[in-house]
Design a protein around this ligand. Sequence first.
Ligand code: SP5
Ligand code: ZN
Length: 341
Amino acid sequence: MITVFSDAHALHDGKAELHDGKLVTSFEMPRRAALVLSRVTEVGLGPVIPPSAFGLDPVKRVHAPDYVDFLAGAWDAWVAEHGAYDALPFTWIAPGMRRVVPDHIDGKLGYYSFDAGTPITAGTFQAVRAAADVALTGAQLVARGERGAFALTRPPGHHAHRACYGGYCFFNNAAIAAQALRDTGAERVCVLDIDYHHGNGTQDIFYDRGDVLFVSLHADPVQEYPYFLGFADETGTGAGEGANANYPLPFGTGFEAWSAALDHALARIAAFGAEALVVSLGVDTYKGDPISRFRLDTADYPTIGGMLAGLRLPTLFVMEGGYAVEAIGVNAVGVLQGFEA
Ligand code: SP5
Ligand code: ZN
């Protein structure tokens, strides 16, 4: 399997996030992608290629132009106001308030975000652009006939909405890839999200569309971040009614219950008749993950890959979460090895 990778991911290097009332070292760090890449090489998964440059047009197929412009200028605006230290938002719109774009960068950060865990750093915009290119290059490989491809994206993407960042995510790499697959000929595409957290951004982007099925297995939002989306009764709206499927699972879920939900999800996907599959591949379901509370083990990841291969669909894997840094490479690449076995 071909891996698409860009060194530019390392330009996004957040210092801290708000965690249990303290500012702690960011869980989402450059070393994550470096270790996944080493594992790809170590097991001889296949060639590693750099992305092609697609520009921002395919990004703007899923993200609002004003949001993209905001991200492009956020660091410079922040530095002009506060100096060259990571930008974090501290206030957000609540019901009863007004949705007016502020002039001040502090207000803009809140307007375009939903959490305090997602710093904007000097190289963030270059890194998120590169990640979108990685995802788009992977989509092109799959559109051109590869059975599987791995977009080793960083930062991750599935929490990013059309005009809002959060959850370590800025551009929704999986959504951008899924839209590109639609735009290059696939009539129906499925995004299957197996990250521990609900893919709120991806769901929201495709919620009113019947051409993109979104299916997600994740920690129940009554217990876990992102708390405010990802419930089982969210089934889509309008033309998208029936094209959204959430499988919320409780803290402590192990592979038996998790894989039973995946079996159910795979039957849904098969019935939908997708021509291509995008997998939001998070491995924060691992029992050793420092911020998550599922109990999957390293041996389970190749099994998952094998189950996904059973769909017999051209499949693009897009890297999302996973914070047990020492295990992220073995677990993520384990899925890909299981897919190819
Ligand atoms: C892509 C991805 O996996 N993003 C995850 C974002 C999670 N951010 C919030 C994590 C909350 C951790 N701190 C609270 C722990 C509660 N004790
Ligand atoms: Zn996650």
